[in-house]
Design a binder for this molecule. Sequence first.
Ligand SMILES: [Zn+2]
Length: 219
Amino acid sequence: MFNVIRRPVAPASLATRRSYSEPDVVKALKEDFFDKCYICETKDPMSLNVEHFDAHQGSEEKKYEWRNLFYACARCNNFKRHHYNDLLDCTSEDTDVLRLIRHAPPITPWSPNVVIEAKSDDPKTVSTTNLIFRIFNESDTGNKVVTSTYLRKRVYKRYAKFLEYINIFIDDDSIREEKDVALAHLKNLMDKGQEYSAFLRWAVLDSPELLELLGDSIN
Ligand SMILES: [Zn+2]
């Protein structure tokens, strides 16, 4: 998960209370959430949509409240629905959602599971960890296009890219310029706007050597 700084002023169309997914709302969420699902961090314009963090269950107030609107993919939304109504709020500046849930990347494209681990026993952290664990590990029923197997493979590809740059950086055969470029890419991959940033950043948080090299780039 990644922290989001939500724009303070609600998109204008919400005031009319006719729809919570007018283009101005979608555009604002897309920008504030770095164009990715706040739960699984997939960047997929085809499936990203407006979600109610606190399920509205008919409440007009909750339905059109800007602070209650989040950007999520269809698959995560389907897992969450009203079953998980006590998640960590990634838009709260008091909640370090990255460090509260450890994400360990898959080590091969076919890893049968990934580790998603709560670093605190407070109920919201435990509940959010449980949801994210299911999203990345639960075997799917039916023939949906996006499955946990597909997701793990996508995370692996990002992680493999990260490792490629590490290899260039530590290789005695690399010249200075190559190392500099590799380091710039590694720093860029630490940005919270990157797809699957929690997996990449935890690879760094888990390693004192990498933390020293890249810790300052974790924003
Ligand atoms: Zn998602």
